[in-house]
Ligand binder design. Structure first.
Ligand code: IP8
Length: 267
């Protein structure tokens, strides 16, 4: 990342983990994504990854998103959920370092605080320091302290939307386990129709119909993700949603080439 307006890449937890089984990474996909990010060779990239079968089952078991209920088991669950995310993040970082990317992991639980689940404080002193040295920051969905409800979950999508607005991102690329948005679930309906292009009005109309995620997802599946993105799209950020599980879509999207997926723009 440098001083230029950033490009933000969200790597969905559904792409880099197997959500059918708890704590199952897809290391082949993680490695290929690191290779594609290296090949894109961007100085102004911020990466955020999701929790998939690492963060979500633990967060759900202890109802972390709902806030701290002064229950010692839940207090331990907060620590455990954060730890699960650092384990997944470690695998992502392994791949980044193996591909000689100047990637630095930044734990949101150490620099973000929310109020009723919305970002209230972000101390970006450290991020700015890394930006000066042109490191690629790697954030992830995490548990965070909350000024009203004690603690909660801060999703990768909330982070993407917040960072995109704060730093006026030119583009958000979302790598998921399907090739963009469809009119029904392409995993269960082979006739599902993809949306190639959407403007903000069309996206808002579509949003209530978007499906829930498969497996445990405490942050609302695709409908929740889109809700988070709307303010960034309103502010002029271009969004590409594409498949991260198959070769080269992420590289192509990062380097402004056409991809199988959905392009979303304000108008
Ligand atoms: O997968 C949630 O991040 P997401 C992370 O981006 C946790 O929604 C801790 C469940």
């Amino acid at each position: 990342m440098n001083d230029a307006r950033p490009i933000i890449l969200k790597i969905g937890g559904s792409a880099i983990t197997d959500k059918a089984e708890e704590a199952q990474p897809r290391t082949d996909i993680i490695n290929r994504l690191a290779e594609e990010i290296k090949r894109a060779d961007l100085d102004n990239l911020i990466v955020v990854h999701g929790g998939g079968s690492f963060g979500h089952p633990t967060a759900a078991r202890y109802a972390i998103k709902e806030g701290y209920k002064e229950d010692p088991a839940q207090k331990q669950g907060f620590a455990e959920t954060h730890h699960m995310m650092t384990v997944l993040n470690g695998l992502v970082m392994d791949a980044m370092i193996l591909h000689e990317l100047p990637a630095i992991s930044i734990a949101p639980s150490s620099c973000f605080m929310t109020e009723n689940g919305k970002v209230k404080i972000f101390d970006d002193t450290i991020l700015q320091g890394y930006a000066k040295l042109v490191y690629t920051p790697i954030f992830y969905g995490d548990v965070v302290l909350d000024q009203k409800i004690g603690f909660t979950v801060l999703s990768g999508d909330q982070l993407v939307a917040y960072l995109a607005l704060k730093y006026k991102a030119t583009k958000i690329v979302i790598g998921t386990d399907t090739d963009g948005l469809f009119d029904s679930d392409p995993k269960t309906n082979p006739n599902a129709k993809p949306f190639k292009k959407l403007n903000l009005k069309e996206l808002k109309e579509l949003q209530p119909k978007l499906g829930k995620a498969q497996g445990t997802d405490v942050t609302g599946g695709m409908a929740g993700k889109i809700a988070e993105l709307i303010p960034a799209i309103e502010a002029g950020t271009h969004v590409t949603i594409t498949g991260a599980t198959k070769g080269l879509s992420i590289y192509r999207a990062l380097t402004d080439q056409s991809v199988l997926g959905t392009e979303i723009e304000k108008a």
